[in-house]
Write a protein that binds this ligand. Structure first.
Ligand code: CA
Length: 331
């Protein structure tokens, strides 16, 4: 397997060419491209050839098998049990693919709080006991301060109708909010929610968080942008991957104890990302929190992560979700 160029230093705002997709699929996973299918087929053939040589060398008693299950060995007057070898190749590939998958962790629900079911949640952040939410859609976008226990909107600033609000992050007494395709970032005073400034932001804005030094933003691809808060220039790109598989559609973000946690658009899983190399180190499967069967709207996807470091609880919710959950991952 090839290695990943995970962190890339870039001048200016160029994101560079997209790396071709390389995938290590288990036998039953659906290949999304011809390249993936060919790679899997090649690996299976390689395993089959390797196993065939082994069996031939050890003079496996293939004559005990029906002839229909065997193929002739080129160098010797023997028959190889090719169907057995094929099965073994598949099992080996499955085991290899499974070994490369990040572990899925359990969690426990600490509390469930009401959440505005009309909120198209795009950003969530907890700052010293205060919960903020950024919402999207044209004409309905806002930034809000919420009462955790009741879900009541304590204060709200609406965005101009031409702005589609996206991720939010707290930074030095201010809240930063990205916009989807308007290429502007908005800055609010955190205590009054008054818009105090804006800045140019090239490309699409999706999720936003910060690690104490940089802002970290997603744009719907597998690449995270590290941004210098002063110059607002992109200073580093981080490609997120599980094994050799790029993980795209990264959405809402949260910095949690040295890791980046990310929603993946239209998935009920949150992934944990190593900020050094972009590797997915774990997965939290939240599909049982608000089951798909109960959702009225196909856009009601999991989106929104906030972290309370004092009580070590993680708040999660989604677009149009009637509930916001406080959870703790299993140790
Ligand atoms: Ca967040």
């Amino acid at each position: 397997m090839s290695s990943c160029a995970a962190a890339v230093e870039v001048p200016g705002i160029s994101l560079g060419p997209k790396r071709p997709t390389a995938v290590f699929l288990s036998p039953w996973e659906k290949a999304e491209t011809r390249e993936q299918e060919d790679q899997r087929e090649g690996l299976l053939n390689h395993l089959l050839a390797m196993l065939g040589q082994r069996v031939g060398r050890r003079r496996q008693p293939a004559h005990l098998l029906p002839r229909a299950w065997c193929i002739p060995c080129r160098s010797k007057n023997e028959w190889l049990p090719v169907r057995w070898l094929k099965c073994l190749s598949w099992l080996l590939l499955a085991a290899l693919a499974h070994a490369a998958d990040p572990p899925v962790a359990g969690y426990r629900v600490l509390a469930r709080h009401p959440h505005d079911p009309q909120a198209f949640t795009q950003g969530l952040v907890w700052v010293d006991g205060v919960l903020y939410e950024g919402t999207g859609l044209y004409g309905r976008s806002a930034i809000r301060r919420l009462d955790l226990e009741t879900g009541r909107i304590e204060q709200e600033t609406r965005l101009p109708p031409q702005f589609f609000g996206e991720g939010i992050a707290y930074w030095q007494g201010q809240l930063i909010q990205l916009t989807w395709r308007e290429e502007r970032g908005l800055i609010y005073d955190a205590s009054s929610l008054k818009l105090v400034a804006s800045f140019a932001y090239p490309g699409e804005g999706w999720g936003l968080t910060q690690d104490g030094t940089h802002w970290i933003a997603s744009d719907g691809t597998e690449t995270l942008r590290f941004i210098d808060p002063k110059s607002r220039r992109f200073i580093r790109l981080l490609r997120v991957h599980a094994g050799d598989r790029p993980i795209s559609h990264l959405n809402e973000l949260e910095w949690i104890e040295g890791e980046i946690w990310a929603n993946v658009w239209q998935r009920d899983q949150i992934i944990r990302i190593d900020p050094q190399d972009g590797r997915v180190t774990g997965i939290l499967d939240l599909s049982a929190l608000y089951p798909q069967a109960e959702r009225q709207n196909p856009e009601a996807v999991l989106n929104g992560i906030a972290y309370d470091p004092q009580m070590r609880r993680i708040f999660v919710t989604g677009k149009y979700w009637p509930w916001l959950y406080a959870i703790q991952p299993a140790q």
